[in-house]
Design a protein around this ligand. Structure first.
Ligand code: TRH
Length: 385
């Protein structure tokens, strides 16, 4: 089938990241996909080689539609309104008797019960050239009665083929080091986390993801060490290291305990999604955020902490609790999440990596037993055609 996926980038990388994974996964299963994006710049590093069967088109105003045969399935991602001229073309350009396109309204991922209640519901189109058509709510989710999670058919094979030791070495982690990835916004407890890692008996290699995470780490290091001459000012898109041992005494020896510092930080440049996934597989603890990297942390099956996308109305608090309930998270993980997300006062509580590891492994097994999102979506579309 021919698919047209529409994506408006609000901020960050998740909108285009999710749409790209969806497009590439559909194409890998034989579908033909056009991805219309108003800002596809991130794909230059997220998916530098593109994917066979996926054509990325600029979502300009108006859309250039000359000679275009509209798709049999339309996906509007995250409540973006599909360009009206495209809908008009879809409605007007259909041969007599051809089935109406299946119009999917792909929603954000949440474990809240309303998503399962609303998944698959129709929303009749009342006005415009497509009056009389139906849009279908499609809610990704963690349970069999939801829309599922994106998981490529070759994910398990890719995971099995990964050389974890080599990846860790490439990140600059010694075999006994703890490797931690950090992909977050500006968590209030970041300084606390860095201090904890510095003072830990186990050495930590921290990969601070480019963009907001790297900037937040640099700011936290700077705040702690205003005189330091290495942490501040460095660009977040260079692949460079910060060794906390050397960073923070400013040469005056005032913090002799810092000779025991156990933290070193790497600031890698943005990398393709496949490499990003592999970082999470190689790591001992993953800090993820938003939507897509949370799903990837689940597939990694390693201990993780989620920085949820904060919403102005505070709705993210319920969304976080619903996820922690689904996860069957132990109390230590719940408390850590609340402080990490600024929903409870600090300091960060103690972590319990063995317990968190069991939780993550169990969640992964539960999810692997379910059909993935694209498998469910293909079935859903076949039913509605
Ligand atoms: O960037 P995000 O914070 O995106 C968020 C969420 O999607 C949120 O729900 C949405 O409302 C908001 O954007 C607008 O986090 P997320 O969802 O994890 O997306 C990040 C994507 O970037 C993911 O596909 C992984 C990818 N990525 C790489 O491919 N390489 C990299 O080096 C990095 C750092 C990220």
């Amino acid at each position: 089938m021919r698919w047209d996926i529409f994506c408006k980038v609000i901020d960050n990388y998740g909108d285009i990241g999710v749409c790209w994974r969806l497009a590439a996964d559909l194409a890998a299963r034989g579908e033909t996909v056009r991805l219309w994006a108003d800002d596809a710049r991130a794909l230059a590093w997220m998916a530098p080689g593109g994917a066979p069967g996926v054509e990325v088109r600029a979502w300009t105003d108006p859309l250039p539609l000359d000679g275009l045969l509209p798709g049999e399935v339309l996906v509007e991602a995250f409540g973006c309104d599909i360009a009206p001229e495209f809908i008009a073309r879809s409605a007007g350009g259909m041969p007599a008797g051809a089935p109406k396109p299946v119009w999917i309204n792909l929603e954000y991922l949440t474990a809240e019960p309303y998503a399962r209640r609303c998944h698959g519901l129709p929303s009749p189109v009342q006005r415009g050239p497509a009056a009389g058509w139906t849009k279908w709510f499609y809610y990704p989710g963690f349970t069999p009665d939801s829309g599922g999670l994106l998981r490529e058919a070759d994910l398990a094979a890719r995971q099995a083929g990964v050389d974890r030791d080599a990846l860790r070495a490439a990140c600059g982690a010694a075999p006994a080091d703890r490797l931690v990835t950090l992909f977050c916004y500006e968590p209030p407890a970041l300084g606390d986390l860095l201090a904890r890692l510095r003072d830990d008996p186990v050495r930590t290699r921290l990969l601070a993801a480019p963009g907001r995470a790297a900037a937040a780490v640099r700011a936290a290091l700077r705040a702690e060490n205003p005189q330091g001459n290495r942490a501040p000012g460095a660009s977040s898109d260079e692949d460079e290291d910060e060794d906390a041992d050397e960073d923070d005494d400013g040469g005056d020896g005032a913090r002799a305990d810092r000779r025991l510092d156990a933290l070193s930080v790497r600031f890698p440049p943005p990398c393709p999604q496949a490499d990003f996934d592999a970082w999470l597989w190689a790591s001992d603890l993953n800090f993820v955020r938003g939507e897509d990297s949370l799903v990837r942390a689940l597939w990694a099956g390693r201990p993780f902490v989620w920085h949820i996308y904060p919403q102005d109305d505070g709705a993210h608090a319920d969304k976080l609790e619903a996820f922690l309930d689904w996860l069957d998270a132990p109390e230590s993980l719940r408390r850590f999440h609340r402080v990490w997300n600024g929903l409870a006062p600090g300091p960060l509580p103690a972590w319990d990596l063995p317990a968190w590891r069991r939780t993550a492994a169990d969640a992964r097994s539960r999810l692997l037993a379910q059909t993935d999102l694209v498998g469910r979506l293909l079935g859903f579309v076949a039913e509605k055609r």
